[in-house]
Design a protein around this ligand. Sequence first.
Ligand code: SF4
Length: 220
Amino acid sequence: MDLEQKTELVSDALEKLYGAPEPDIEEDVLECLILTVLSQNTNDVNRDKGFAVLKERYPTWEEVLDADVEDIADAIKIAGLSGQKSRTIKNFLTWLKAEYGELDLEFIREMETKDAIPLLSQHKGIGIKTVSVTLAFACGRDVFPVDTHVLRISKRLGFVPSNCTAEKAHELMPQIIPKGEAYPFHMNLIAFGRQICDARKPKCDQCPITTHCLYYRGEL
Ligand code: SF4
C-alpha cells in the first residue's frame, strides 16, 4: 500500500470517529492570523484569554499598531512568549499598514495559495504553520497545517520519517493527503491526538487504525 492510499484509509477511519469538520470561512483573516501567532506554545484557553485582553485594551488593530511593544506584551502575557509574540504582531501590522494602507488581510482571499504563503511567511515569527492555519481556517484553502499532534501521529503512522521536522512535514504531507481533505484530516488528527494517540500514553486499545501504525508494531 502506498502512502496516498494509507492517508485516505486513515482519513476515512477518523471521519467515522469525528465526522468531517468544515472551516469557518467567515472568520476575519487578520484576526485568525493574530490568534494563531498567540497560539504558539500554549493551549487554546490561554490563547483566547490573551486575545480577549488584547482586544479589550485595544479594540481596533490601529490601536494595537500605535501601542508600545511592551504594552502589547503585557496584554497578551497569559499566552506566553509575550515579548516575541508582541514584536511579531507589531512588526506584521506595521508592514501591513505600510504596504496596503489599512489593517485588513481580506485581500488574501483573492490571492493564489502559492503566492499567499511566501507573502505571509516572510515575517519573523510567522512560520509555515501559522500561515497554513490562516489559509485553511479563515480562507478555506486546501492546505495542511502540521502542529505537534499532527507531527507525532504522522511519524507513528509512517506518513513522514521519524526524524522529520514540522517544516519538512509541511512539504511532505500535502503530497500524500487526498485532495480536499486537508482541513478535516488536520482537525481530526488533532482530536485523535488529544483523545487517543496521546504523546506519552497512547490508548492503542481504543485505536481504530492500529493496522496502519508503525509504533504499534514496534517498528519505531
Ligand atoms: S496504535 Fe497507538 S500509537 Fe498508533 S496511532 Fe493508534 S493510538 Fe497512536
